[in-house]
Design a protein around this ligand. Structure first.
Ligand SMILES: [Zn+2]
Ligand SMILES: [Zn+2]
Length: 445
């Protein structure tokens, strides 16, 4: 790998060849085996909360590397779901405690990448519907790099001290996997880490690179249900009814004024009505309409104001339309589905950027902007962000494809697309080098 040779040369010049070189060497020697693991996991994807086979692979690797392993750890709110969390403790004397997380789940997507190792897996989802399954978010690449990191840190034990908490997290895509680990008592049972680290492949960044955002990186997500209640009747007799469909239309438009008219423009807010269902037939005014809304924010006070505004607007418009108080809209914030915003501790992030620049080269590390998507990695830093955490990006795209997309204007497939798969090499290797070097920095003797 070109990156690696340049880095080794730079390391020798800089005089820390002995400290730096082994990560590169280990990643080179492990690569064939990691690629095999990657392809195996890619062709055997499992849906969120069903990661039985995948978690067994992670557990086996952790055990082989000498970790104390706990399988099937965690507890979902729904008692019928099995939680396949895997925790591996790699102990190496007194010292810092660092959490390293990979996610493990795949998505109900039919793969269209035409890769030789493409998934052909089908299964039934939790509603009993037949679905295809695909690693369309690249969690398979995260796991391959995670396994590489486990092997490297086991071999580099003379360079660090303390305890590494390796976490194989289920159900990232459904936003409840990390929470299930906490419900199982993650920090009570395995100790509270001094730092938490995670990564995600990036479908728009060149492979070979790391990118990272300082501060708020991913938004929080709230799911809100509104039941708009009217008074049903005949379509030809609107004066004898209260139409919840017209009312819903007014509410939807008014909800857009939360971001545009009520909010400080420099605080990002997204309010999306993602689902609306009401009525059965042309000539019936229905009794009610149901809406599902997704709310994204960063700051807790902004979140509180937006949720209050949704409630106020829905009820206020219903009052203005003459809906009786006992038929006021029911606004329900699904507290158990909340995912907090991810905050990359600025001091930690800057410290790691310096390490990655040494490892990979200055031109291989980029700063990037925050986005309004959600990652439940945020849970590991605790609600008050008292555990410094960093969730960084690993570039996953062939640079030629990025150049081509810029030239032609044809967008690249995003994560969750049936056509997205990370370029395995050097994506996995860079993920492994990035995570291993970060852990060594935080735990060095
Ligand atoms: Zn995803
Ligand atoms: Zn993902």
């Amino acid at each position: 790998m070109k990156v690696c040779l340049l880095s080794i040369a730079a390391s020798i010049v800089a005089g820390y060849a002995f400290a730096q070189q082994p990560i590169e060497n280990i990643s080179e020697s492990e690569l064939p085996s990691l690629l095999a693991v990657y392809k195996d996991i890619h062709s055997h994807p499992e849906l969120s909360a069903h990661e039985e086979r995948t978690s067994a692979i992670i557990a086996k690797e952790l055990r082989t590397a000498g970790c104390e392993v706990t399988k099937r750890f965690g507890k979902y709110d729904k008692p019928n779901l099995k939680c396949y969390g895997v925790i591996g403790l790699m102990k190496n004397g007194q010292g810092p405690r660092v959490l390293v997380r990979t996610d493990m789940d795949a998505l109900p997507v039919e793969e269209e990448t035409r890769l030789p190792y493409a998934s052909k897996v089908t299964t039934k989802d939790d509603e009993g519907k037949d679905v295809h399954v695909m690693h369309a978010c690249g969690h398979d690449a995260h796991m391959a790099a995670f396994i590489g990191t486990v092997r490297a840190l086991q071999r580099l034990k003379d360079q660090w001290h303390g305890t590494i908490m390796f976490v194989g997290q289920p159900a990232e895509e459904t936003g409840n996997g990390a929470r299930a680990l906490f419900k199982g008592g993650l920090y009570d049972r395995f100790g509270k880490p001094d730092f938490a680290l995670g990564y995600h492949d990036n479908p728009f960044l060149e492979t070979g690179k790391i990118a990272v955002c300082e501060g708020y990186t991913y938004a929080s997500n709230d799911s809100v249900n509104i039941t708009v209640r009217g008074v049903g009747g005949h379509s030809a007799l609107p004066h004898k009814s209260k139409d919840p469909i017209v009312l819903s239309a007014e509410i939807i438009n008014a909800l857009q004024t939360i971001a545009s008219r009520e909010n400080n423009p420099i605080d990002p807010v997204v309010v999306t009505v993602g689902s609306i269902h009401g009525g059965t037939k042309h000539n019936i005014i229905p009794d009610e309409v149901k809406m599902q809304i997704s709310v994204r924010t960063y700051k807790p006070d902004v979140r509180d104001r937006v949720l209050a505004a949704i409630d106020r607007i829905a009820k206020g418009i219903a009052t203005a339309a003459g809906i009786p108080a006992e038929r006021a809209p029911i606004v329900e914030v699904l507290r158990d589905q909340f995912v907090p915003a991810t905050y990359n501790n600025p001091d930690l992030t800057r410290r790691l950027v310096a390490v990655w620049k040494k490892e990979l080269g200055t031109d291989k590390v980029e700063k990037t902007d925050p986005v309004m998507v959600t990652e439940d990695f945020s849970e590991y830093s605790l609600p008050d962000y008292s555990i410094p955490a960093c969730d960084f990006y690993i570039g996953a795209v062939d640079p030629a494809k990025i150049a081509d997309s810029k030239k032609t204007g044809t967008p690249l497939p995003s994560a969750h697309s049936s056509k997205f798969a990370p370029v395995p090499e050097p994506t996995i290797q860079v993920g492994m080098i990035g995570m291993t070097s970060a852990v060594l920095e935080l735990m060095k003797k």
